[in-house]
Each structure stands twice: as C-alpha cells, then as structure tokens.
Design a protein around this ligand. Structure first.
Ligand SMILES: Cc1cc2nc3c(=O)[nH]c(=O)nc-3n(C[C@H](O)[C@H](O)[C@H](O)COP(=O)(O)O)c2cc1C
Length: 139
C-alpha cells in the first residue's frame, strides 16, 4: 500500500503524516527537521522558544522574563532556520504550532511568517483572528 501525498495549499508533503506540535521542549528543530527530511510535515513549537535558546533572551532567575522573551522571536527564527537546514535546506517545508491562548498570539503569527514558516497550525482555541495577522500571506 502506498500513501498518497498530502496537499496543503501550494505545498505537497510526500507522506500524509503531520507531526503534532508539542510545546514543553519536545518539538524543536531536531524532531521537526527530521520528520520533514523523511517526507512528513515537521512542526516546531513557537511556545517557550526562549527556553530553547536562553542566550537570545533576558533572563531572571534563569528563566525568560515575560511573553516577549518566553516566546522569543529571535529564538524562533533560529529554530526554524535550523529545522530547515536539517530537513534539507531553504526549500524544506516546516510548520509552526502556535497556541491561540498565549498573550502574544498575533505577534507570534507575524514572527513565524517572517521567520519562514510555511504552514501554521493553531492549538488551544479557535483561531478566528488568524487571517488578520497574516492577511497577505500565502504560507
Ligand atoms: C507532550 C505533548 C505536548 C503537546 N503540546 C502541544 C502544543 O504545544 N500545541 C498543540 O497544539 N498541541 C500539542 N499537543 C497535541 C499534539 O500536537 C497532537 O495534536 C496530539 O498529540 C494528537 O496526536 P496523536 O494522536 O498522534 O498523539 C501535545 C501533545 C503531547 C503528547
């Protein structure tokens, strides 16, 4: 039995397998990049990225301070860049998981698009405002 490819917008994923975004430090660049490299859709979490790259953020008592640094733009950029590198380069398709319930949902959507996310998957809520934050995008 062969599995048909998964088509999402302009992207074609070789196998119809989507790796679920997992915060709490699980779906970073290594997992997502490896899944995409092998033909599935790898999804990085955008939540708590400051914990993945604490050197990019302001810390207090060893923890990122506030939403800006917990969900760090710079750390997310690095994670997406590294995931794509693992997956085979710039053209690799990488998804980003964003929790609707976080304080900075809109800002993190913008950060993700600007960092090169190809597909956005939203958890923890009904993302009615998503188009508002990425209106012109065809990601
Ligand atoms: C440890 C763990 C962490 C998860 N974290 C998130 C998350 O941050 N965001 C999200 O949308 N879903 C999260 N999920 C849900 C998964 O993305 C996925 O939708 C769910 O596990 C269903 O897929 P499965 O039946 O293959 O496990 C998490 C699941 C697990 C097991």
């Amino acid at each position: 039995m062969s599995l048909p490819p998964l088509k999402i917008g302009k992207y074609e994923i070789q196998y119809p397998i989507v790796q679920g975004g997992m915060g709490v430090g699980i779906s970073w660049e290594n997992l997502a990049g490896t899944v995409s490299k092998h033909g599935g859709l790898g999804v990085v979490s955008s939540v708590g990225t400051g914990y993945r790259h604490p050197n990019y953020v302001k810390l207090k008592d060893g923890r990122p301070i506030g939403s800006t640094y917990i969900h760090s733009r710079e750390a997310l950029q690095r994670i997406i860049r590294d995931a794509k590198e693992i997956a085979g380069g710039e053209k690799a398709v990488i998804g980003v998981n964003i929790l609707y319930a976080i304080t900075d949902f809109g800002r993190v959507v913008r950060d993700s698009v600007e960092a090169g996310a190809n597909i956005i998957i939203v958890g923890a809520g009904l993302p009615l405002t998503l188009p508002k934050y990425a209106p012109e995008e065809d990601v």
